[in-house]
Design a protein around this ligand. Structure first.
Ligand code: API
Length: 294
């Protein structure tokens, strides 16, 4: 029997970004790409991102979290998913940290201190943005990634040739446009996600700066497609807007699913993301899910 059969899952969302949470602490099982895709394929357990909790290696860290996209690929960061994990750990008695106001989580991208502001609102310190071309990464050296050019054959809109590249532990290309909703993101998203300039692919943001403290954003996510919200994408858009001198260091980012407050803190260069998390339902993984998985 697959190690995941009959394990409990929480189906959650962060501003409509669909998140499934699995707690594998106390086990040694690592979810495979095919297992992640099998879980994504079922209506009850479907996700934009799957957040899997593992035992952390060092004391003081509450969990190490692996992050999977719908296509089974792993990601280094997931802002909305991190808030959902924090909700699960502090609100769910079975998860062991019930009632705690603060947590320290870790992903591939690094340590993520989380503060609980209320039962369902959290601030995540997403760390400092990575801005060097080889940290994002990009396939060739660009002095200033806030002003680099893309050559994209089938796309003739010049605005879509000059993104700002930022990593929050996962690669983002942010395009500043007049109206994010006038673009056919279903069509251009995959072209840009898979552009050869992004050796690890990229999350694609279309951002409009409406005021120095207000950004409207839509995201085509690497490995997941268009989502209702993208926390790391909101962080990347704020950092890109500050670098382009389009916004203040703290702004509301309005996504299709709702608003996040993002601050690129002056004192330490860390990006803070504040927003809600919600539980939709919970259940157990049907053994039949993994029948076709080795
Ligand atoms: N929805 C997530 C982003 C997941 C990023 C993932 N698509 C990737 O980097 O591959 C968020 O709230 O930050």
């Amino acid at each position: 029997m697959n190690a995941l059969a009959n394990r409990r899952f929480l189906k959650m969302n962060g501003l409509g970004n669909e998140i499934t949470v699995l707690d594998l602490r106390g086990t040694t099982h690592i979810v495979s790409e095919t297992e992640a895709r099998a879980i994504a394929s079922q209506e009850r357990t479907r996700f934009d991102q799957l957040m899997v909790l593992h035992d952390a290696k060092a004391a003081g860290i509450d969990a190490y979290v692996r992050i999977y996209n719908t296509d089974g690929s792993e990601a280094g960061a997931c802002g909305n998913g991190t808030r959902c994990v924090a909700w699960a750990m502090t609100a769910d008695p079975g998860m062991g940290q019930a009632g705690r106001d603060g947590l320290l989580l870790q992903t591939k991208a690094g340590l993520l201190p989380v503060a609980r502001l209320s039962e369902a609102v959290f601030t995540v310190d997403m760390g400092a943005p990575r801005l060097a071309w080889n940290e994002i990464p990009l396939a060739e050296p660009f002095e200033d990634t806030s002003r680099f050019e893309l050559q994209i054959g089938p796309i003739d809109d010049p605005i879509l040739h000059t993104p700002c590249a930022v990593s929050m532990g996962n690669p983002h290309a942010v395009f500043f446009v007049d109206d994010p909703y006038r673009f056919n993101l279903e069509q251009i998203g995959p072209l840009l996600e898979n552009h050869p300039i992004f050796p690890d692919r990229a999350n694609i943001g279309l951002a409009a700066v409406k005021a120095p403290d207000h950004i409207v954003l839509r995201v085509w996510e690497r490995g997941a497609g268009i989502t209702r919200a993208c926390g790391s994408g909101a962080c990347a858009a704020l950092v890109a807007a500050v670098r382009r001198e389009l916004s203040e260091r703290k702004a509301t980012v309005s996504l299709p699913g709702g608003d996040l407050v993002i601050e690129w803190r002056e004192s330490d260069g860390h990006v803070l993301m504040t927003g809600p998390a919600a539980l939709d339902w919970d259940g157990v993984l049907e053994p039949g899910l993994f029948a076709a998985v080795a």
